[in-house]
Design a protein around this ligand. Structure first.
Ligand code: ZN
Length: 207
């Protein structure tokens, strides 16, 4: 069993890469401004970084899981150029209205359901008090709250700045291992990722 360590769960489209709607071609990868720096900061402070993403394009027949894996390999390679890396990728390929029979189901893993996040937490044990999720949609927040370990969730959109409850959570404990306040770290990472949204505009697609 892997040791439970502080973990940052990140949504992908709209958080790491600019959301153009069903991004899967390597050439469509464009990082949100400072996203790579945010991931590197997490890597350097001892956080495990885990991507948890809805990819209904698979169920819709727009791309298959091989193409998705290749995209993630490309993303990883590009992050490595910036001294950053993702520790694990998790995706939900399903959608109830998909055209690929195998994936056209009402699954338990598509956010806002908690299944994918719970699988990630099970396989990449997260030290709950210092772990958090950053997403750009209510579905991400709902999934984080619904997960059995009920993670701190940070919504990163233009319209939804952290509320008071989130701010309190951000001021939580200190992290003796990395010597940084996780609260301050989360805030820095979120600020780095937040800048993006302003330049990328509101996401309008539903992946
Ligand atoms: Zn699913």
């Amino acid at each position: 069993m892997t040791r439970a360590i502080p973990t940052a769960f990140l949504d992908r489209d709209g958080v790491l890469n600019i959301d153009r709607g069903f991004v899967f071609r390597p050439e469509e990868l464009e990082f949100v401004e400072d996203a790579a720096a945010a991931v590197r900061l997490l890597n350097e402070t001892g956080y495990r970084v885990v991507v948890v993403t809805n990819q209904s394009g698979v169920a819709r027949g727009l791309y298959d899981e091989t193409a998705l894996r290749l995209f993630h390999e490309h993303m990883q390679a590009e992050l490595l150029v910036h001294g950053a890396h993702i520790d694990a990728f998790y995706h939900c390929p399903h959608h109830p209205e998909g055209s690929i029979v195998e994936f056209a189901i009402d699954c338990d893993c598509r956010k806002p359901k908690a299944g994918l996040l719970e699988q990630a937490v099970r396989e990449q044990p997260a030290e709950r008090s210092r772990s958090f999720l950053i997403g750009d949609r209510e579905a991400d927040m709902t999934a984080a709250k619904a997960a059995t370990r009920n993670l701190i969730a940070l919504l990163r959109t233009q319209r939804n700045l952290p509320d008071h409850r989130t701010c309190r959570a951000l001021r939580a404990s200190t992290d003796p291992r990395c010597g940084q306040r996780p609260a301050a770290l989360r805030q820095r990472v979120q600020l780095q990722l937040h800048k993006v949204v302003v330049s990328a505009g509101d996401p309008t697609t539903e992946n």
